[in-house]
Design a protein around this ligand. Sequence first.
Ligand code: S3P
Length: 187
Amino acid sequence: MQNPPPEAREKLALTRHVVLVGLMGAGKSAVGRRLATLVGAPFTDADDAIVEAAGMSIPDIFASHGEPEFRAVERRVIARLLIGQPHFLALGGGAFMDPATRERVAARGFSVWLRADLDTLVARTSRKKGSRPLLDAGDPRAILADLMERRHPVYATADLTVDTGDQPLDVLAHDLVQRLRQHGILV
Ligand code: S3P
């Protein structure tokens, strides 16, 4: 977990974990980092925690052990992260599809779905080619469109849905701080 950045502008307390969910490229990690800076709270990227726990990159975990093993590690790591002090937590795109993870998030956190359109997801994920094994299996746009269809109904069960639109991520983070205050998650 990263320490709160020194430039935090507004000291607010988190009453629960704020768990960011959504597809690859939705901006979960980028928004999570900005939120942490604005509020002066810690931020964790679950994918980074998985890489640290496994001692290898996500593409290497998929290649050497397969997706089921990746999902098992992901479930364990997220369960551990949800036990600690409240922080901003960005989940990998598939993590919220796991029923046990959803239950833990509901018990200890407040989930926020960052909903982005297909063009945005394709554009953002194309900048980091090779880092997301699911997108290497064929045409990334077709894969993302299929994932949208299967995952959006589950992401829709999050406590809050935020349409990312084409607004800058800084603006999105500022708006989200206000929404989290209204929900009593930031006090
Ligand atoms: C995945 C998303 C990735 C990473 C892994 C699988 C998914 O995280 O966990 O490649 O199943 O959607 P990001 O959503 O942070 O890219």
